[in-house]
Ligand binder design. Structure first.
Ligand code: MIC
Ligand code: SF4
Length: 754
């Protein structure tokens, strides 16, 4: 048993009293989200009516999960916090560093050869501090968490934006940067702005080709990549109850794509079935005792408009399968309109690859539904027009689908079975020919499809859809193919129409696995030595960021004014750069290389104001740093959307950027900037973005008086000598201003320790 039953029981013991106290104070029926939040208030915090979207509140999460690419930085920081052991159950998962190329066994071996140093570091540091370690090949963090650790009513944080996946088991699970994880592992409170609440009422039933994925593809289309910012999305209604638990996970998973803090579902029979099937009947027994507290009050679901800030209703019976993309996950097209839409936009019609997997869609149900489509094609002697690749979500899923013949079905189509890991979803894909940068189309069951993400090619048009739809489109090899109405020609030359996919929610013979790939930590880790070679290119011990000198920042230069979408993939690219996630100086060489410069429309080409010459962004910034010249970064809307990677905040901090000024931020990135001692500010008047010229100089003239709730003034000195002042908003509260003053939140922890 890897899950912590005692901890879960302790959490449940707090629920009745905490909820009664919240009911008294709030004076209204409660949503599920509120119940979980109130049951996890940091000890000694008074129960208040918090202002949604405004009040900062301290919470006590039950668990922490980290994946290899972010755990390195999180644990390098934790090492500095001076603790012997983590204060709450925590796990590390080796999943992001494994490249997909030839197939699971060869790829895994190659990854062990390549990343040995990092995996050894993660395994020994986990051992030292009492953290469970899931070895390379064990599976994708969020699938492993759902299978082993998530529990209804729990609260967890994880250093990955798709931590929200655990909402499928009724948790409030939130993606954070490593510095936030350090707080919780060090036994401190974790702070979050009390979220707004969006209710999604699901009615009707899924049928035919429509799947859980289509629910979130539709929600993303409605709310857009910004629409969930600062909110918990709570799903309810008969339609919600009718979904499988892993289907609920898929929906919650992609809540990250609309910027939602997290998403969740009330405890129901699908969760009971899933918990029992994954060996956790004890959790069902414990949850059943407080079941009424693990879902929203009946009155809330009867009159949602009175209790949620926004309500959306979707009838599952009317929902059409969707395909979202290219380049952004919120551009939704129902399958019946896809052909016309693709032709009108000149998207390449030929589908080159179909990829099934990622933390979003790699459950047993997903694999079995997709296999049912493949099976039909095999029977008809239809060969797939596109190539096919699969990443199972966990070793447990892989072992079970192998036992049940699902892998064999895929193999009949020549499908490549990649490692149980992220693979192509995070650019860990050695795709033959990608370097030619040809315009092409791929379809996948992942969650993100930002430019260059899967294969590094900016001309790859990636579309997100359900696993069964990926299977159909890859077999047809045609983006305009609608399996609900269109036919293919079979081996006998006849027209053949697919019947709707069928699958099993859970394996009828139960899950099975030989070696799940888990390493439990030793009881006393004090003797474990963590070695970081001083000349390593992969790992580097951290140095403190400098404390603020208390003075206004004067004479700053513009490093880059980024235009349009600037996700964390643009700020700190993944793919080949993942190898430097434990080495701050080396990874800083990718800083903002994907962002579009507003003045020349190019990526990675900015003017060095000291020489007048154009150079690459990291090099120009290193020149400013060497000259002791401060700099700023300017950006557009939803800056830092996407990943939780704090490298996107640490790199500018390390290279001497002082402030990031944008029209709006994505939540995790804004917090990451604050934690690392940066100024993350927004234009009070959005159009002031247009006032920023390429060769301006900037003075922060009232930073010495940095106070919560009071905007800062930026004096812009244009090259012609004219000056103008603009107002910059910020959301720093007093303790966050202390992080800025100390140079970083971690510096402050260390100051408190001494
Ligand atoms: C992603 O999907 O972008 C990642 C890679 O899982 C990231 C984390 C990372 O950058 O390591 C995320 O979503 O947080
Ligand atoms: Fe891994 Fe992709 Fe999921 Fe991120 S979104 S955790 S890269 S599978």
């Amino acid at each position: 048993m890897v899950f912590d039953l005692e901890m879960i029981k302790k959490v449940y013991a707090k629920f009745p009293e905490a909820i009664e106290a919240a009911r008294k104070v709030v004076g209204k029926p409660l949503t599920l989200s509120e119940k979980i939040l109130y049951a996890h208030l940091w000890e000694g915090n008074a129960v208040n009516v918090y202002e949604r979207g405004k009040s900062y509140v301290d919470f006590a999460p039950d668990r922490v999960a980290m994946q290899d690419a972010t755990a390195q930085m999180a644990l390098l920081q934790f090492m500095q916090a001076g603790k012997k052991k983590v204060a709450v159950p925590s796990t590390v998962h080796a999943d992001h560093l494994i490249q997909a190329k030839l197939g699971a066994s060869k790829d895994l071996q190659e990854s062990l050869n390549q990343n040995n140093e990092v995996f050894n570091f993660l395994s020994s540091i986990s051992n030292k501090y009492g953290i469970g370690f899931w070895k390379p090949g064990a599976g994708i963090i969020h699938q492993v968490v759902l299978e082993n650790y998530a529990f209804p009513g729990g609260m967890m944080i994880g250093t990955d934006s798709h931590t929200v996946n655990a909402g499928g088991l009724g948790m409030v699970a939130i993606g954070v940067g490593g510095a936030d994880a350090v707080d919780v592992m060090a036994g401190m409170a974790w702070e979050l702005k009390f979220p707004k609440l969006i209710g999604v009422k699901l009615t009707g039933h899924l049928s035919g080709w429509t799947s859980a994925k289509d629910v979130i593809l539709k929600v993303a289309d409605i709310l857009t990549v910004k629409g969930g910012t600062g909110a918990i999305v709570e799903y309810f209604g008969d339609g919600a109850i009718s979904l499988s638990c892993t289907g609920k996970g898929t929906i919650c998973n992609m809540g990250a794509e609309i910027g939602a803090t997290t998403s969740t579902f009330g405890y129901d029979n699908s969760m009971r079935r899933y918990l029992a099937a994954t060996g956790r009947q004890e959790v069902v027994d414990a949850a059943d005792k407080i079941a009424e507290h693990l879902t929203g009050d009946a009155e809330v679901y009867a009159h949602p408009e009175k209790y949620f800030d926004q309500v959306i209703e979707i009838n599952l019976s009317d929902l059409e399968p969707h395909i979202n993309g290219p380049f952004t996950p919120d551009r939704g097209t129902p399958i019946s309109k896809m052909k016309a839409e693709a032709l009108a936009n000149e998207w390449p019609m030929k589908v080159e690859w179909g990829l099934i997997g990622s933390c979003t869609n790699s459950s047993y149900e997903d694999m079995s539904r997709a296999a049912s489509i493949v099976e039909q094609a095999v029977e008809q002697g239809i060969l797939p027009k596109a190539e096919f690749g699969i990443n199972p979500g966990s070793e447990q899923v892989r072992y079970t689908i192998e036992r049940d013949g699902i892998i064999a079905t895929f193999e009949k189509m020549g499908t490549k079975i990649f490692t149980n890991a992220c693979g192509p979803c995070i650019g860990q894909w050695d795709r033959a020919g990608a370097e030619k940068q040809e315009k092409n189309t791929i379809v996948h069951s992942f969650n993100r499809n930002f430019s260059k993400r899967a294969d590094g090619n900016p001309n790859t048009h990636a579309f997100v859809t359900s696993p069964e739809m990926v299977a159909a489109l890859a077999i047809a090899g045609d983006l305009g193919f609608n399996p609900l109405t269109d036919t293919l020609t079979n081996a006998k030359g006849e027209q053949f129409k697919f019947s709707a996919p069928k699958g099993d929610e859970l394996p009828t013979k139960g899950f099975d696995v030989e070696d799940p790939g888990y390493q439990a930590p030793v009881e006393d880790g004090s003797g474990v030595v963590i070695a970081v070679a001083p000349d390593s290119s992969r790992l580097q011990l951290l140095e403190n960021f400098p404390i603020w000198d208390g003075k206004n920042i004067l004479g700053a230069k513009l490093l880059i004014k980024a235009k349009g979408k600037c996700t964390t993939d643009h700020i700190s690219m993944a793919g080949p750069w993942l190898r430097y996630r434990g080495h701050l100086d080396n990874i800083s060489n990718n800083m903002l290389i994907g962002a579009e410069n507003a003045f020349n429309g190019k990526a990675n080409a900015v003017v060095n104001q000291l020489t007048g010459e154009t150079g690459e962004v990291p090099a120009v910034q290193r020149a400013y740093k060497a000259a002791g010249v401060p700099s700023i970064v300017v950006g557009d809307h939803n800056y830092g959307e996407g990943s939780s990677r704090e490298h996107a905040a640490m790199e500018p901090r390390h290279l001497g950027v002082r402030a990031v000024i944008v029209k709006s931020f994505a939540r995790i990135h804004e917090t990451n900037l604050k934690k690392q001692g940066m100024l993350g500010l927004t234009f009070a008047v959005e159009e002031d973005y247009d006032k920023i010229r390429e060769n301006d100089t900037f003075n922060f003239i009232d930073l010495e008086d940095f106070t919560p709730g009071k905007p800062l003034t930026l004096e812009i000195v244009h090259a012609d000598g004219t000056k103008e002042n603009i107002s910059l908003n910020h959301t720093y509260n007093q303790s966050q201003i202390e992080w800025f003053k100390a140079g970083s939140a971690l510096n402050l922890i260390k100051l408190m320790e001494n």
